[in-house]
Design a binder for this molecule. Sequence first.
Ligand SMILES: Nc1ncnc2c1ncn2[C@@H]1O[C@H](COP(=O)(O)OP(=O)(O)OP(=O)(O)O)[C@@H](O)[C@H]1O
Length: 337
Amino acid sequence: MDVTSETPISAEPDGAHPRAASITLEGVGKRYPDGTEAVRELSLEVRAGELTVLIGPSGCGKSTVLRMINRLVEPTGGRILLGDEDVTRVDPVALRRRIGYVIQNVGLFPHQTVLANVGTVPRLLGWSRDRVRRRSAELLELVGLDPKQFGRRYPHELSGGQRQRVGVARALAADPVVLLMDEPFSAVDPIVRTRLQEEFLRLQADVRKTIVLVTHDLDEAVRLGDRIAVLSEGGRLEQYDSPAAVLGAPASGFVRQFVGADRGIRALAVTPVTAEALDPAPADPAGLPEVALGSSAYDALAVMLTSGADRVLVTAGGRPAGLLTRERALAPAQRQG
Ligand SMILES: Nc1ncnc2c1ncn2[C@@H]1O[C@H](COP(=O)(O)OP(=O)(O)OP(=O)(O)O)[C@@H](O)[C@H]1O
């Protein structure tokens, strides 16, 4: 391959319309050669630019689903579409260059520098040396690593969290249409994990990729997911919904049990205060604690607790929008059997 020539395979992202493709699974199944039916028949649509989390007990088929999308595992039934393109009709190697893949422990090449690791796919795509270098440095900056300080280091000279960021930068380097992430943050300690998740959310607000992320961690699913797919054994889809709906209205006994007893508190954190929950604002609201419309029910309750009040004034654009009582704020936590 001519590594000095530019190729049109991957266009530069254009800020207004970042390149991201929807993913459609239609009755997808995987039976491994030993007869294990890891996924029976799964249908799921991930909208372009959204982050979908796959969650479920160990062995339910999450990784198998993820790996069928980039054909590290070949489906034995059904269809997978990237946009409107059937992935089984695409050369798997070319396909994987268009799909970013981040795994636990990252899998960086130990004998290559950070910059070289990040530039792996663009190099394979035949980008010029200069363009690869520029893009890799840009990506390192995007994930919060100074290319001057870290670019020439080797993976063993980084912390676990820094390695994870390099993994994300590498996965984004060729501007993939889709990003697949398998337990990407589970190898780091809880404090670093929370920070990485927050940074990752900021990054995603910028790049708006279509992301499928596998995790064991319900808090991570709730924090990161636009939608959560709860799977049970055999890749059975128990519920596919927003975090608030999964926590607030579990679709089955399985989901209810899976999300556990503390789902009420989690539901408060992901349910925003909306205008429908409000009583009319009093004529003179002076002295009442305030929160902005759209804050979480959890935040509204925290304000009530710290101020000793049993209601808060909810404001929109700085003006009173209504009153939220403690009972109404608690409703998302109680809306479940
Ligand atoms: N190569 C393989 N050959 C046979 N069976 C396999 C193979 N890979 C996975 N399986 C089986 O398929 C099922 C689903 O595995 P998979 O790794 O997709 O689950 P998972 O939900 O990602 O699990 P975990 O959360 O433990 O990582 C399991 O029963 C597993 O033992």
